[in-house]
Design a protein around this ligand. Structure first.
Ligand code: FAD
Length: 404
């Protein structure tokens, strides 16, 4: 009989299990996660879960869903090892389970901050629901918050902390915000946006030490020699793929489990999807993406391959969103290697889009408070025809600029 084992019941793992049934897969589906009791989604954890008076539980599916679809959900269970030659996973308690197809959807973990003091009380990462609960419990009682890392999670948490009434400082070590993900234009607008709201955003500023008293954080020392008082420090300096199971099983890893255009590892029945997967991306050799869209679409693709034997390459258009108190950012495509941009709308508001080109063809669009532009961009990019810069003309409200 066919047994699909899915390691990791996050956004990707839960979707692959659900999609297997939608595509008519009749064999066993075993979905395993160390966390319990029910799989949940992460995006609200840095947004509404922190700010709403009575936040909704971020559960992905009800317990009944798994039962109704014959999905064997084993939460509170770790997969300790994978043997690809024998077709077996070993659980934390030593028990084995045979599979015919294995989907690795192990996600990612926060990069630890390498400065003294990160073990003090009141210093938190934000990845899990437990992290978010801790943060939510602390926020009402703190007056000063320092966020280390000016990426999406850091900026969202900064906004949530501001909403809860705290004075907030963001420290970003790089010379600009969101260096891994958006163009300089969008980064500059967001920097101005956060400062206008009263967040003290400092770029090219490193945290060098977290200073405590009686086991609790008191302040953060910066590379400029400042000592910033804080009762709460949130660290969001990036994530790394949880690829150790694959590595130990002898599969190729390179900041992520390396897969081909069909999202398969070197073993034809072992797949990797979501945050933990490095795959051939549109216009780039390989990429690892950290988004709900990527997790969901890759899960759907792999479920179809397992259930129906489909062999088409994976080719969904990447997209992403982030809400930063009043700035709703949406992105489509991959803007790596952008060499030319066209900005439409009004960055001052902010309500604008940045169209990104490489070699004269559109590769991605970043929109802030312009949802219609975003939807149009996703459609354009999905059509697959080259969209030239000249199609955007140079009418009023259109400015062109090269990225440094
Ligand atoms: P995960 O959701 O991390 O799930 C992996 C699961 O695997 C985990 O539950 C883990 O416990 C389990 N696991 C790992 N190893 C083992 C093992 N050996 N045995 C058993 N289980 C194991 N994306 C967006 O697109 N938009 C957003 O606005 C957005 N906001 C975010 C806000 C926060 C605070 C965070 C943390 C992320 C956010 N993301 C957002 C990113 C998005 O949540 C992730 O890209 C997505 O969760 C990836 O799904 P995944 O299934 O690959 O990994």
């Amino acid at each position: 009989t066919v047994v699909v084992v899915v390691v990791g019941a996050g956004q990707a793992g839960v979707q692959v299990a659900a999609s297997l049934r939608e595509h008519g897969h009749a064999g066993r589906v075993v979905l395993v996660d160390t966390e319990e009791p029910l799989p949940y989604q992460r995006p609200p954890l840095s947004k509404t879960y922190l700010t709403d008076r009575e936040p909704a539980e971020p559960t992905l599916r009800s317990a009944a869903f798994y039962a109704e679809h014959g999905i064997e959900l084993r939460t509170g269970t770790r997969v300790r090892a994978v043997d690809v030659a024998a077709g077996v996973v070993t659980f934390g308690d030593g028990a084995d389970l045979r599979w015919t197809d294995l989907v690795l959807a192990t996600g990612s973990r926060p990069v630890p901050l390498a400065v003294p003091g990160t073990d003090l009380g009141g210093v938190l990462p934000l990845r899990t629901l437990a992290d978010a609960r801790r943060l939510r419990a602390l926020l009402p009682s703190v007056r000063r918050v320092v966020v280390i890392g000016g990426g999406f999670i850091g900026l969202e948490v900064a906004g949530a902390a501001l909403t809860s009434g705290a004075a907030v400082t963001v420290l970003e070590a790089a010379p600009r915000l969101l260096g891994r993900s958006v163009t300089a234009t969008t980064a500059e607008v967001l920097l101005a946006h956060h400062r206008r709201w009263g967040i003290d955003v400092r770029v090219a500023a490193k945290a060098t030490e977290i200073v405590g008293e009686h086991g609790k954080v008191r302040a953060v020392r910066t590379s400029d020699g400042d000592l910033l008082p804080a009762e709460l420090v949130v660290v969001g300096i990036g994530i790394t793929a949880r690829d150790e199971l694959a590595r130990e099983a002898g599969l190729a890893v390179d900041d992520g489990i390396v897969v081909d255009a069909g999202l398969r590892t070197a073993h034809p029945h072992v797949y990797a999807i979501g945050d933990c997967a490095r795959f051939p991306g549109p216009g780039v050799s390989t990429v690892r993406l950290e988004s709900v869209q990527n997790a969901t679409d890759q899960a759907e693709h792999v479920a179809q391959a397992i259930a129906t034997g489909a062999t088409a390459p994976y080719g969904a258009v990447p997209w992403f969103w982030s809400h930063q108190h009043g700035a709703r950012l949406q992105m489509a495509g991959l803007t790596t290697g952008t060499d030319d941009t066209v900005v439409t709308g009004d960055p001052g508001k902010p309500a604008f889009s940045v169209y990104c080109f490489r070699g004269g063809a559109l590769v991605g669009v970043e929109s802030v408070n312009r949802p219609a532009d975003h939807l149009k961009a996703r459609k354009l990019l999905a059509e697959g025809r080259p969209v030239r810069r000249t199609e955007f003309g140079a009418g009023p409200g259109v400015t062109a600029g090269r990225l440094s």
